[in-house]
Design a protein around this ligand. Structure first.
Ligand code: ZN
Length: 183
């Protein structure tokens, strides 16, 4: 059955209209970037946001002040085995299949989140503007048999209102696991 999906700006929430067909894991909502936000990032980066991200040689996701992933580059979509619609507008824990993001409290609100190196590094850069390089972190990835720990190294950098989170090195994420997103 054909459905209509509402498209909203993943940065400011502006309504960008409707598109027909398809399904989005976020209900009947998909995400884009409005002209105003696109111009803002052009001014900050000297080039379009997507072009900047694609020019980076490692997977990178852009996180806004609410801790939501605004967009990411193709290397990140490939690493996560997700489409842009499965990444844009979601919090980091859901996108990275964090075990604790599945709890009723949600990503950023559980008792485990205060110790999350990835979240703390992103938020520290958001607040201070200081970049971090090659921070050792780990992720308890959700799996049928319980949390599956994954080691990774991340770097952060703030541009405009966004923090770019670079995945410098990571233990491979199992495609079958990351395909089972269920936000
Ligand atoms: Zn916008």
């Amino acid at each position: 059955m054909e459905t209509t999906i509402k498209v909203v700006c993943c940065e400011c929430g502006a309504n960008l209209g409707f598109k027909a067909g398809g399904t989005s894991p976020y209900g009947n909502v998909s995400h884009g970037l409005c002209n105003s936000c696109a111009h803002h990032f052009y001014a900050q980066l000297g080039m379009p946001l997507n072009e900047y991200l694609e020019g980076l040689l490692v997977p990178v996701v852009a996180v806004n002040q609410k801790g939501t992933i605004t967009t990411a580059n193709q290397k990140a979509f490939d690493l996560l085995n997700k489409t842009p619609d499965q990444v844009q507008g979601f919090c980091g824990g859901d996108v990275f299949e964090c075990e604790y993001a599945k709890l009723p409290e949600g990503c950023g609100q559980t008792i485990h989140c205060s110790g999350c190196t990835i979240r703390n590094t992103v938020m520290e850069t958001m607040q201070t503007g200081s970049p971090h390089q090659w921070v050792p972190a780990y992720l308890d990835q959700h799996s049928e048999t319980g949390p599956h720990p994954i080691d990774l190294f991340v770097s952060t950098e703030k541009r405009g209102d966004l923090v770019f989170l670079r995945i410098e090195e990571i233990e491979e994420i199992s495609p079958e696991k990351s395909a089972n997103s269920n936000c």
